[in-house]
Design a protein around this ligand. Structure first.
Ligand code: GLP
Length: 240
C-alpha cells in the first residue's frame, strides 16, 4: 500500500483529485467506484470545479456506489443516492442513467443484492474511492465481515449508527440496516484510493497500516491489494 501523508483536508482532496483525473483522462469511459460520507466531499467539490474550469468530461463514465441505507431512496435527503446527486452528479456532465447504487427501497432485498452483484461483475471499477469508519469499516462492511463477501445486507454496528447520526435529526432516524458492496467487490477494483482525515480516524488508520490483516478490522484487507493508495492528513495519520 502506498501512503501519501498530507497536512490537511484540502491537500488530501487535491491528491485524490489528481488520481481521479489521471484515470478519467486516460480512459474516458472509466468505471468510477464512489463513496459517500463527509470525507470525499472535498474531492467531489474539486471534481466539479475542474469540470467547470477545465472541461474534464464524465459523459462516458459509469459510476458504482458502495452502499445505501435500507428503506431510503431518492425521496429522502438522507439517502446516499440523494447525496451523490446533490454533491457530485448535478455538478458534472455524468449521465444519471450511468450512475448505479443499490435500491434502498427494493421489496426483495436478496434479489436486489443479486442484481447489484451481477452489475458489479460487469462494471469493474477502474478506481474505487473509499472513506473509513472509526471502527475500521469500509463501505458498510462492519468488523467481522468475511473477506470474500459480495453485495449483502448488514446490521449496522452501534458505533456506526452513532457516528452517522450527526447527519440525521435524531439517532432514532438512522436506519439500522444497509445494502453494501462486499469486501471482494471492493478488492476487484483495479485501483483503490482510501481517504481519511481527522483524529477520529487515527485508530482505524493505525490498524490499516500496522495492524494484523484480519476480518475484525475490515480495512486491513486493502493491504492485500496490488494498487491501493492511502491519503491521510496528519491527525488521521498520527499512529503511522
Ligand atoms: C459510512 C459509509 C462509509 C464511510 C464512513 C465514514 O459508514 N458507509 O462508506 O466511509 O461512513 O464516513 P465519513 O466520511 O463521514 O467519516
Amino acid at each position: 500500500m502506498k501512503i501519501i501523508k498530507v497536512k490537511n483536508y484540502d491537500e488530501m482532496s487535491e491528491e485524490a483529485l489528481k488520481i481521479i483525473l489521471d484515470v478519467v483522462r486516460s480512459k474516458p469511459d472509466a468505471v468510477l467506484g464512489l463513496a459517500t460520507g463527509s470525507t470525499p466531499l472535498g474531492l467531489y467539490a474539486k471534481m466539479a470545479q475542474d469540470h467547470k474550469e477545465n472541461g474534464t468530461s464524465y459523459a462516458k463514465c459509469r459510476t458504482v456506489n458502495l452502499d445505501e441505507y435500507v428503506g431510503l431512496d431518492i425521496s429522502s435527503d438522507q439517502s446516499y443516492v440523494y447525496f451523490m446527486r446533490e454533491n457530485l452528479f448535478k455538478n458534472i456532465d455524468i449521465k444519471l442513467e450511468n450512475t448505479h447504487i443499490e435500491n434502498g427501497k427494493a421489496d426483495d432485498k436478496e434479489a436486489e443484492c443479486a442484481r447489484y452483484n451481477a452489475l458489479l461483475n460487469e462494471l469493474k471499477q477502474d478506481v474505487q474511492v473509499l472513506g473509513i469508519g472509526s471502527n475500521g469499516h469500509i463501505a458498510f462492511n462492519e468488523p467481522g465481515t468475511p473477506f470474500d463477501s459480495v453485495t449483502h445486507i448488514v446490521d449496522l454496528a452501534e458505533s456506526t449508527i452513532k457516528d452517522n447520526s450527526r447527519l440525521f435529526n435524531s439517532i432514532d432516524e438512522v436506519p439500522r440496516q444497509a445494502f453494501t458492496m462486499g469486501l471482494s467487490n471492493i478488492m476487484n477494483a483495479k485501483k483503490i484510493i482510501i481517504l481519511a482525515n481527522g483524529e477520529g480516524k487515527a485508530y482505524a488508520i493505525g490498524e490499516l497500516v500496522n495492524g494484523e490483516i484480519r476480518e475484525e478490522v475490515p480495512a486491513t484487507i486493502l493491504r492485500n491489494h496490488p494498487d491501493c493508495i492511502l491519503i491521510c492528513d496528519e491527525l488521521a495519520g498520527k499512529y503511522i
